[in-house]
Design a protein around this ligand. Sequence first.
Ligand code: FEO
Length: 391
Amino acid sequence: MKLSERLYYVGVNDDHKSLFEGLWPLPEGVSYNSYLVVDDKVALIDTVEHGFEDEFFAGIAESIGDRDIDYLVVNHMEPDHSSLIALMLERYPRLKVIANAKTLPMLKGYYSVPSERVLVVGEGDVVCLGSSTLRFYMIPMVHWPETMVTWLEEEGTLFSGDAFGTFGSVAEDVVDKDGTFDIYRDEMIRYYSNIVGKYGNPVQSALKKLSCLDIKRLCSTHGPVWENDIVSVVDLYDKLSRNEVERGVCIAYGSMYGNTAAAADALAMELDRRGIPYAIHDLAGNNAGELGVSGALRDVFKYDTVVVGSPTYNNGIFPPVETFMKALSARMIKGRRFYAFGSYTWSGVSVRQLNGLAESMDFEILGPGLSFPQAYAAEKFDMKAIADLFA
Ligand code: FEO
């Protein structure tokens, strides 16, 4: 796919993998984006995940025929972008890897790249390809410590690594058009919350550093190439990394025999009746197509209130719910309100323990929670009073 006279998209769609990083569901697939800058010299920006070699090299051949590639810019070492580095070095014996100092040990450790094949760059350094200039900026922890971005000055194009990325395969013509942002918005929030969500402060630092650039084209490692809706994409990442949320409720629960689920459904119905925005997620995976922890994290980044349901299990929290709470804690999310509920049979501890975890995250606890014995029965509990807490 030709993006301009000197720029080609040579990424691939992965519609087969079910879990990204072995964790996060991919109902709409994902793309691994790679780009060629073609001038007197040719630079490839990142590679794609292994398993896509044929498609990847066919895309390169379609773009530049049998021309040599002079440089491989490694913006980010996570193997979804780096796993063809060794093959690139083999295929292009004169190729040099462009990377920063923090990348060097990773290049050696993952792919045994000899240091003489690496051109080390630092903050603001420039590599000229002829009439095209590549400038490098370090954006550590977006998403790994070595991460950098590459700025193609003459085209106002930012190769941004995982920053501004999204789940979801890309269309054949790759570039966004009217409506593309709306199509990807939810998957972009899910990608951010699942993959980058722990690194809100580094994302903010990166946004400040890059704010001086007049970006005309945003080329992330995942998702469409953004030319039309750059402002919406950057704004969304800015809001997410600042923990800016809207009023609403994310209900996340696990249930063994449907009693905690019944309380979750009753609460959802009450919120629905009042027109309070909400999302509900079964963390135990009893509902087909459920995104589980991945979807719940997305909606914690959307809404200001987190409501978590867990039965008491082995004198503790039901394991799928515990996993969610751990994921929540790891993201160091700020400024959320919290409410817990759940059933027990002979001794109820899950609600108390959930509140304890929420307290350790500095969430505002909205009351002691609803811990109920055995079956949930609507007539026994005042869901209206509970929903009042979330108004
Ligand atoms: Fe898409 Fe952090 O790799």
